[in-house]
Design a protein around this ligand. Structure first.
Ligand code: MRU
Length: 361
């Protein structure tokens, strides 16, 4: 998608055998790229959230394995690389999915052939992610089109949480891809952007990418959504996912569950967009089984941003000395999810619905 009118991706390999990423920890204030020279850089980029969002975490991990194979393609070195990358962030299952796929490709090969194979596979995975997200966009735009048809001549108001746009993937995004395709199809849209405390991925990243794409949007505090839903100002809630169980429970950024509850109470459709790589077929009880990342309390008590004098800085927003807790994700039970949008089409948030699209999984 576009930054300054230029088509841009979030991650790409360089001719010199490194990987470049857009540093999302500096957005929206600075557009800078960072070069990942080795496995350690890739692991740090994920854990420090220079890259984030479930599909992009997976693709970065795949490139991390390629960087590792360039350093040492032996079995013990690749096993250690996989363990190191696995430990970076626990909730998005795309990470484990990507690492398993890389291991399945690399393990049967003689070590001398692994470096080239790893780079090739990571590149394929990045392009597959782009294609999957574009397909999610097409299927999701059909849904938006159905809502638009029920209010001809009026704007469709969509509420989203966190950032599940192109910055969370290689390109296009998951929850925002339908919005971009709907824009291509000429629909009138407005997006309510939850700021998404504590890291503000909505206010910083979703608002940035919607603005770059010329989509009408308004940032709201996280607690405003229920009020807007009660007053007919939301036609559709559309969010991404970090893990979807085989039964349709959805882990996504903390606060998603509360939006789903409010949507249910107000009869507003609540849809989740995610590629097949986000489905964890080994789990069927999201609340009990999905690991929830606990992040630093410092993210709750302090904020980074642009100061009024144009410099950047960190300010403390909490009472000094108070304890803070920072669970980064929550689980929305399948019963609150109107449906799932995948690259293979739409389905109910049920085991039968998912199996209908992914029979081979
Ligand atoms: O902590 P983050 O920024 O990695 O969390 C991202 C989200 O929760 C997204 O909604 C999710 O990964 C879907 S990305 C297409």
């Amino acid at each position: 998608m576009l930054i300054g009118g230029q088509p841009t991706r979030t991650i790409w390999p360089t001719a010199e055998g490194a990987v470049e990423i857009l540093d999302q920890s500096r957005l929206p204030h600075e557009v800078v790229t960072v070069r990942l020279e080795g496995l350690a850089d890739a692991a740090a980029a994920i854990s420090e959230m220079k890259v984030r969002g479930a599909p992009l975490i997976g693709v970065t991990a795949a490139y991390g394995m390629a960087l590792a194979a360039s350093e040492d393609p032996s079995d013990p070195a690749l096993a250690a690389a996989r363990a190191r990358l696995t430990a970076t962030r626990p909730t998005a299952v795309n990470l484990a999915w990507a690492l398993r796929r890389m291991s399945e490709v690399l393990a049967p090969l003689p070590p001398a052939h692994r470096e080239a194979a790893a780079w090739a596979e990571a590149f394929i995975m990045a392009n597959e992610d782009v294609a999957a997200c574009r397909a999610i966009g097409e299927h999701g735009a059909d849904l938006i089109g159905e809502i638009a048809a029920r209010k001809p001549g009026e704007t469709v108001n969509i509420l989203t949480h966190c950032n599940a746009g192109w910055l969370a993937t290689v390109d296009w995004g998951t929850a925002l891809a339908p919005i971009y395709v709907a824009q291509e199809r000429g629909m009138a849209l407005h997006v309510w952007v939850d700021e998404t405390r504590p890291r503000n991925q909505g206010a910083a990243l979703t608002a940035f990418e919607l603005g770059q794409q010329g989509i009408d949007h308004t940032i709201i505090v996280d607690n405003a959504g229920g009020h807007l839903m009660q007053h007919d100002q939301v036609d559709l809630c559309l969010v991404g996912a970090d893990r979807v169980t085989g039964a349709g429970d959805v882990a996504n950024k903390i606060g998603t569950y509360l939006k789903a509850l409010a949507a249910k109470d107000n009869g507003i459709p609540f849809w989740v967009a995610a590629p097949g790589s986000t489905i964890d077929w080994a789990m069927d009880d999201g609340v009990a089984q999905i690991p929830i990342e606990e992040r630093s309390a410092h993210e709750v008590t302090h904020l980074w941003g642009a100061l009024e004098d144009g410099t950047f800085g960190v300010v403390q927003v909490s009472a000094p000395g108070s304890a803070a807790a920072n669970p980064a994700f929550d689980v929305t039970p399948a019963r609150l999810v109107s449906g799932l949008i995948t690259e293979r089409g739409r389905c109910s948030a049920t085991a039968a619905g998912l199996r209908g699209l992914f029979a081979e999984a």
